[in-house]
Design a protein around this ligand. Structure first.
Ligand SMILES: [Zn+2]
Ligand SMILES: [Zn+2]
Length: 227
């Protein structure tokens, strides 16, 4: 693992937000393009353009190539740092303060930028060095932990498993998180795929005695470990 970015030379909170979103897109093999950033960060396209210019000037990203924007080594390091602080804060809120799973992302988002390296190190050891966040997304450097988990859109009829992960895109959507929470769909729960109906773009899950039907637009962000 690379050394954490010192608290003194971190980018601003806005730039940290951009870097974190870019890191996840790049990790998932998606192109980092302005339109997707505007959507994820809920800002206008012109704002993204201006911010990207600033980020390039400051050495966090390198210019648009064929695959869109790319993070520099400094940008990658800064992204890993803020994502780690975000995920550790989520654990702290969940475990110590018992904040519901649907709310920890937004709460952590407001806190993560102000955590120093020293506090991050203390959180990490006190939380027993977690490899994923409470939603099951891997901490930077631990991507292998999630590699074998299957998106529900790819699960076959009758397959059973443990739900392991709610993707970053879904955890940042409060409405969706409330829906999942109300239906007791969270990491650790045992599920069975009753029917994956590609023609209808739906997956019906059995969770205990209950059945829940999800559209592919949600199911693609939920991952299970087969058993
Ligand atoms: Zn989060
Ligand atoms: Zn999370």
């Amino acid at each position: 693992m690379t050394q954490p970015v010192s608290s003194d030379c971190r980018p601003t909170p806005t730039i940290e937000d951009y870097l974190a979103v870019m890191y996840v897109m790049d990790r998932d093999g998606e192109e980092i393009v302005a339109a997707r950033l505007a959507e994820s960060l809920e800002v206008s396209a012109p704002t993204v353009t201006v911010t990207l210019k600033r980020m390039e000037r400051d050495g966090w990203i390198a210019g648009e190539g064929r695959r869109g924007v790319r993070l520099t080594e400094a940008g990658l390091e800064a992204a890993r740092s803020v994502i780690r602080r975000h995920m550790l804060t989520e654990w702290m809120l969940a475990r110590m303060l018992h904040v519901p799973l649907s709310r920890i992302h937004d709460e952590a988002h407001a806190i993560e930028h102000s955590i120093s390296d020293e506090i991050e190190a203390r959180m990490r050891s006190n939380l027993d060095d977690p490899h994923t966040c409470p939603h099951g997304n891997p901490l930077p450097g631990y991507e292998a932990a999630a590699a074998d988990w299957l998106p529900l859109t790819e699960a076959l009829n009758g397959e059973r498993g443990i739900l392991r992960r709610i993707h970053e895109t879904a955890e940042a959507n409060p409405e969706l998180m409330h829906f999942l929470e109300a239906n007791q769909i969270f990491p650790g729960v045992q599920v069975q795929v009753v029917e994956n109906l590609a023609v209808n773009q739906t997956v019906t899950l059995a969770i205990g005695e209950r059945q829940v039907t999800l559209g592919f637009s949600i199911a693609r962000y939920l991952f299970m470990e087969k058993n």
